[in-house]
Design a protein around this ligand. Structure first.
Ligand SMILES: *Cc1c(COP(=O)(O)O)cnc(C)c1O
Length: 425
């Protein structure tokens, strides 16, 4: 039976059979039992599906991956131990030394370092583009060895809205897939596959978990990219894999070639799996995602409008505000609201911003973002401190930017806390 997204949040994933636990069980086991050596051998050759070692697959993790896959409308998903691992695997699954890819420059600071510094050491080069550039300027960045295009639906922390359809078309014109990090929007507010995106990633640490209990990530495959149409570009998927007796992923797994390779090769060899305990916690969060997201957006909209009218505030960036640069794109991709994260700056110095934050009462200063509790962060002093002022500006992070992650408390209390902290400035 085809279900609406709210029902998938609650009912997706784990499907108990007769006499089995109603709630998703935690299969806290590294290993699984078989009756004959032959049965086990077939699993190792990918000839049979089944569990044998939790690094490759675990029933608890699989149930949660399957729920997220259904929420995004994909053909397969894999959980990872963090959002960082998800983005690394998503790109590394189709890029190797000597390859190149393109990303927008407004992405999350951790991903910026991963792509610009660490992957460079592996011989994979990345070009950072400004999505405001015109098509011609961005298209000039594609090279014969370019393997994918990457962007964030709503960038962290700048709040830029990514024009998914435009970049999907551009990527496809150049024969490469579009990968979108959909962490901030979640599938409740945007489903990138509906706009032509090929691969979706998430840091499940954020809204999906929603309670700041586990660090995790996920990769979802739409199954739509035709790897065989660009055989020479993606040899990892279209030519024999020596580590599986010459198996060819696109031949053996069709639409699931990409996601199968990410598990059977990358997860096997690099091993960034979440613990089943963490997957269980993530699943509890997912059960209320459809209730929490509208409240986050509603509260954030009210707070953003309040900030905008406040004389101590220099600027506010929230794509739900009518005069915001990203309002038209938000109307298209996020008609029910984007997320709870607002970026704003106060009139005054960097020190004033820090003093304001220190004056807050229940709104805490934490590195985290996007969970039930309202929190603040000053990226220039915290998450992005490795970046120079120039890189900060390039990433859309002004040095005075305060990232306010609006939670699901009573919005009057949130505003009262902001007000009293400003009064003390
Ligand atoms: C937090 C975040 C990440 C990294 O995820 P972790 O779970 O912290 O490793 C990646 N992308 C975005 C958009 C994020 O907000």
């Amino acid at each position: 039976m085809k279900k609406n997204i709210d029902t998938i949040c609650v009912q997706g994933g784990w499907q108990p059979k007769k006499g089995e636990p109603r709630q998703l069980p935690i299969y806290q086991s590294t290993t699984f039992k078989y009756d004959t050596s032959e049965q086990m051998a077939r699993l190792f050759d990918l000839e049979d599906a089944g569990y044998f070692y939790t690094r490759l697959a675990n029933p608890t993790n699989d149930a949660v991956a399957s729920k997220i896959n259904d929420l995004e409308g994909g053909v397969g998903a894999v959980l990872t131990s963090s959002g960082q691992a998800a983005n690394f695997y998503a790109v590394f699954n189709i890029c190797e030394a000597g390859d190149h890819f393109i990303t927008t420059n407004s992405i999350y600071g951790g991903t910026y370092n991963l792509f610009g510094v660490t992957m460079k050491k592996l011989g994979i080069e990345c070009t950072f583009v400004d999505q405001e550039w015109d098509d011609e300027k961005i298209e000039a960045c594609f090279r014969p060895n370019t393997k994918c295009f990457f962007g964030e639906t709503i960038s962290n922390p700048g709040g830029n809205v990514f024009d998914i359809e435009r970049f999907a078309k551009m990527a496809h014109k150049h024969g490469v897939p579009l990968i979108v990090d959909n962490t901030f929007a979640t599938p409740i507010n945007c489903r990138p596959f509906e706009w032509g995106c090929d691969i979706v990633t998430h840091s499940t640490t954020k809204y999906m978990d929603g309670h700041a209990t586990q660090v995790g990530g996920v990769i979802v495959d739409s199954g739509n990219f035709d790897w065989d149409a660009y055989k020479d570009k993606f040899p990892g998927l279209t030519t024999p894999d020596d580590s599986y007796h010459g198996l060819i992923y696109t031949k053996a797994f069709g639409k699931q070639a990409y996601i199968t390779k990410s598990v059977s090769q990358l997860m096997r060899d690099l091993g960034s799996i979440p613990s089943p305990q963490n997957a269980f916690l993530l699943n509890l969060g997912l059960e209320t995602l459809h209730l929490r997201m509208p409240r986050h957006c509603q509260n954030a909209q009210t707070v953003a409008e309040w900030l905008q009218k406040n004389e101590k505030v220099a600027w506010v960036n929230y794509s739900g505000l009518k005069d915001n640069k990203y309002y038209p794109l938000a109307q298209k991709y996020l008609p029910n609201g984007g997320c709870g994260v607002i970026a704003f700056g106060l009139k005054g110095t960097r020190e004033d911003a820090i003093k304001f934050m220190d004056n807050l009462d229940f709104i805490n200063i934490v590195t985290h973002v996007a969970d039930a509790k309202t929190c603040v962060l000053h990226p220039a002093s915290h998450t992005h401190r490795q970046l120079s002022d120039e890189q900060l500006m390039e990433a859309g992070v002004r040095p005075d930017l305060i990232r306010l992650s609006v939670g699901i408390e009573n919005v009057e209390d949130i505003i009262a806390d902001l007000q009293q902290a400003m009064n003390k400035m």
